[in-house]
Design a protein around this ligand. Structure first.
Ligand SMILES: Nc1ncnc2c1ncn2[C@@H]1O[C@H](COP(=O)(O)OP(=O)(O)O)[C@@H](O)[C@H]1O
Ligand SMILES: Cc1ncc(COP(=O)(O)O)c(N)n1
Length: 253
């Protein structure tokens, strides 16, 4: 029998005990889109659809050991970074950035439920790396220090932030703004009327990483990820999991 190796994608992120966001959303997205998922945990959160009740950051040497274990053995083709609970981990990842192929950084700061998950200082070291950065409007505002609400403000923020590319996501607007290769474009999707949006940002950034691992250019990867997150939001519109904003249905494609 012929041997085959599936595309391997790595998530470096926090655990969401409720299963809707973080590492759990990332691994489901990888599986749904045909990649083999690996994971480096940066934090354990006690979390459900209603909120976050505890955060335990993983010590930086244990984060480094996980990263070394994965990269020493598995042919990682893309890496997604989510919640970084500690600036020392941000520094560690920045020092590894040139060995992290097709890097996508979702600068997670606040959960959909409103809970603070990380400080801008944690992600700041990575902002100079050649990554695809995927802030939502609130995160973009925190990173550029200006209000980001409207589509023109999203475009201005995307142009200010550096990296390989920036996608400022518009949550329920269903409109994202991509700045790549000197070109700024609006990517409009179908708005989905749903309360179940917990983990949409994690899912979107993970889907971009899979598509980059499969060989897409950045604009194609972002468009494919937008289609996927829309389908997963639509697929979870009619289910109920938890009393707060529920998760997406990652396998409804
Ligand atoms: N209700 C919705 N209908 C359609 N697309 C949505 C909806 N909510 C979020 N999205 C899309 O999901 C992706 C993740 O963005 P966003 O929700 O802004 O991230 P975050 O979870 O970090 O706030 C973006 O492509 C955004 O446009
Ligand atoms: C561990 C962890 N990481 C990230 C998020 C952000 O989730 P969302 O995609 O809803 O912004 C979260 N709630 N928990």
């Amino acid at each position: 029998m012929a041997v085959m190796t599936p595309p391997v994608v790595l998530t470096i992120a926090g655990s969401d005990s409720g299963g809707g966001a973080g590492i759990q959303a990332d691994l489901k997205t990888f599986a749904a889109l045909g990649a083999y998922g690996t994971s480096v945990l940066t934090a354990v959160t006690a979390q459900n659809t209603l909120g976050v009740t505890a955060i335990h950051p993983i010590p930086v040497d244990v984060v480094a050991a996980q990263l070394e274990a994965v990269l020493a053995d598995l042919p990682v083709a893309a890496v997604k970074v989510g919640m970084i609970g500690d600036p020392a981990v941000g520094e560690l990842l920045a020092s590894w950035a040139d060995r992290l192929p097709n890097l996508v950084v979702d600068p997670v700061l606040v959960a959909t439920s409103g809970a603070r998950l990380a400080e801008t200082a944690s992600v700041a070291p990575l902002l100079k790396s050649p990554c695809v950065l995927t802030p939502n409007r609130q995160e973009a505002a925190a990173l550029v220090g200006e209000p980001v609400e409207t589509v023109p403000q999203m475009a201005a923020a995307a142009q200010k932030l550096g990296g390989r590319a920036v996608v400022v996501t518009g949550s329920e607007l269903a409109v994202d703004v991509l700045h790549f290769g000197g070109v700024t474009e609006t990517i409009a999707g179908e708005p989905v009327a749903t309360v179940n949006n917990h983990g949409s940002g994690c899912t979107f950034s993970s889907a971009i990483a899979v598509r980059l691992a499969l060989g897409d250019r950045v604009p194609e990867a972002v468009r494919a990820a937008k289609k996927y997150v829309t389908a997963a939001l639509a697929g979870g519109r009619d289910w109920q999991l938890g009393a707060g904003p529920g998760p997406l249905n990652h396998f409804a494609i």
